[in-house]
Design a protein around this ligand. Structure first.
Ligand code: AHR
Length: 507
């Protein structure tokens, strides 16, 4: 067995890992909003003003920092005025992207802001550029954030909310190259500048505007948006303008868009393909950042990965438009690998939003449509085990002797790692992507004294192990005893297909 060494200089803190990298996404899609978050005030399930209490409690436990809403593709079909006022009078619409179902708009602006307040999460509202007007978006910002007796503030008050909300994050469209309008990069860059101009700061509310960005390796899209910053003057809050960030979307699957692979029952080869494709995020961040550096060498413009995660074939018997999939140990390792990449790029990646929070794609939480039983997925546990990285300073991890395996013509490094320090605590995250072979990692810890440690492990016997209402803890974190003193620091056992976090007490 090869022993991998991870050299970490504990006294050389790098960029701050924004807690917003641990952000989430909730779209009007399948059972994410309806049944997932929203059950209505009359539900027999414990709820606060119609919002499921068990879901809120579970997300608060992983320190959910922000929530993106209402889409996704849905955002560019959404007209916010349909979702305010008495629910029984709200107009209906067709959710043409997701299942072609009728949306009754019972979950709208007030319900979303209430949800964010219950979660203690910052709202990230995706504005409609695809089918909405500039005035409509401008009015929505005013409705949400203005304090005086302006027309939109008065309308909000008439609907029961006196004080404006704080809205830090504002999306300008979504996937404008696809469902958000099928635009060319040049067209969208002009629109983004225009919409950004009218998404105004009211009173003390300062918007961080995020322009809909590239699909995966479309560097031209990022380049075009960056070029459209003809100056990088700052707004009163010190943000570069006209928008402050561009986004990036990338999904992981083991097959193709027409047959993405199944969430469970996959082969070992599919495991490795998945890991290799998840690790591709690292390359994407490097390449998009390099393009951004040319226009913004001081890294004032953020990169926001506001959709990422696994996308599998839907579970048999479920609505194909609802994107309901099971979530296994493999999904957990896809998440850990993404976080390692985000941590390494903390000086450019300011936010990321896994798709999606409940019952859709790589969810944190699955709820049973019949019994309403709630299950925490293996992915949820990675968010929990990694929570200590939020707002900590990234530490470089230099890996030596990490084995590789050739997958789809490229070398897949079988160990992934990242680390951070926050005062007198450091957190090291380690993933063994090898489906079959146990390994160990020597943590060569330099620069500060380590006076104590504890470790947790997430693994299971089967690669596709997952949690169900009957076995909710089939994949759950446990204390990890496989950590020993070593001449260079610590030696950590990493069983095949496992994820380990080591917390270090420093002096
Ligand atoms: O997350 C599901 C969908 O994936 C989103 O609506 C869209 O932006 C992306 O294509």
């Amino acid at each position: 067995m090869t022993i991998t060494t991870a050299v970490i200089d504990l006294d050389l803190p790098g960029a701050t890992i924004s807690r917003h990298i641990y952000g989430h996404f909730a779209e009007h899609l399948g059972r994410c909003i309806y049944g997932g978050f929203w059950v209505g005030e009359d539900s027999p399930l414990p709820n606060v003003r119609g919002i499921r209490s068990d879901v809120v409690d579970a997300l608060k436990a992983i320190r959910i920092p922000n929530l993106r809403w209402p889409g996704g593709c849905f955002a560019d079909d959404y007209h916010w005025r349909d979702g305010i006022g008495p629910r029984e009078r709200r107009p209906r619409m067709v959710n043409s992207h997701w299942g072609d179902v009728v949306e009754d708009n019972s979950f709208g602006t007030h319900e979303f802001m209430d949800l964010c307040e219950l979660l203690g999460a910052d709202p990230y509202v995706s504005g409609n550029v695809g089918s909405g007007s500039v005035a409509e978006m401008s009015d929505w910002v005013e409705y949400l954030t203005r304090a005086d007796d302006s027309p939109m503030a008065a309308l909000r008050r008439a609907n029961g909310r006196d004080q404006p909300w704080r809205v830090p994050f504002w999306g300008l469209g979504n996937e404008a190259w696809g469902c958000g309008g099928n635009l060319r990069a040049e067209q969208f860059a002009s629109l983004a500048r225009q919409y950004a101009t009218y998404a105004r700061n009211h009173g003390g509310n300062s918007l961080y505007r995020i322009a809909a960005g590239a699909n995966a390796d479309d560097l031209h899209w990022t380049e075009t948006l960056m070029r459209s910053f003809n100056d990088l003057t700052s707004d009163p809050a010190g943000h570069a303008g006209p928008f402050q960030a561009v986004s990036l979307h990338y999904y992981t699957m083991s097959g193709s868009w027409s047959d993405k692979g199944d969430a469970t029952g996959f082969s070992t080869d599919q495991w490795y393909i998945t890991m290799a494709r998840a690790r591709h995020m690292e390359e994407l961040l490097t390449r998009h950042s390099t393009v951004m550096d040319r226009y913004d060498p001081h890294r004032k413009v953020g990169l926001v990965v506001d959709e990422w995660g696994t996308w599998w074939n839907v579970e048999k018997g479920t609505n194909p438009g609802f994107l309901y999939q099971q979530n296994t140990l493999r999904d957990a390792l896809v998440a850990s690998v993404h976080f390692d990449a985000f941590h390494r790029h903390a000086d450019r990646v300011v936010m990321a939003n896994i798709a999606q929070t409940v019952n859709v794609l790589q969810a944190m939480i699955l709820t049973d449509p019949d019994t309403n039983a709630l299950v925490l997925t293996p992915t949820y546990h990675v968010f929990q085990m990694n929570a200590g990285h939020q707002d900590a300073a990234a530490l470089a991890v230099h890996l030596r002797d990490a084995d590789t395996r050739t997958v789809e013509g490229d070398e897949l490094s079988l160990v992934s790692a990242s680390a951070s320090v926050n005062g007198d605590t450091a957190l090291v995250s380690l993933s063994n992507l090898d489906a079959e072979i146990d390994r160990s990692v020597v943590l060569d810890l330099r620069g500060r004294d380590v006076v104590g440690h504890s470790a947790r492990i997430l693994t299971a016997t089967a690669l596709d192990a997952h949690n169900t209402p009957e076995r909710p803890d089939a994949v759950a974190p446990a204390a990890h005893a496989g950590v020993r003193a070593h001449a260079r620091g610590l030696e950590v056992d990493l069983p095949a297909h496992s994820y380990v976090t080591v917390s270090l007490d420093l002096r």
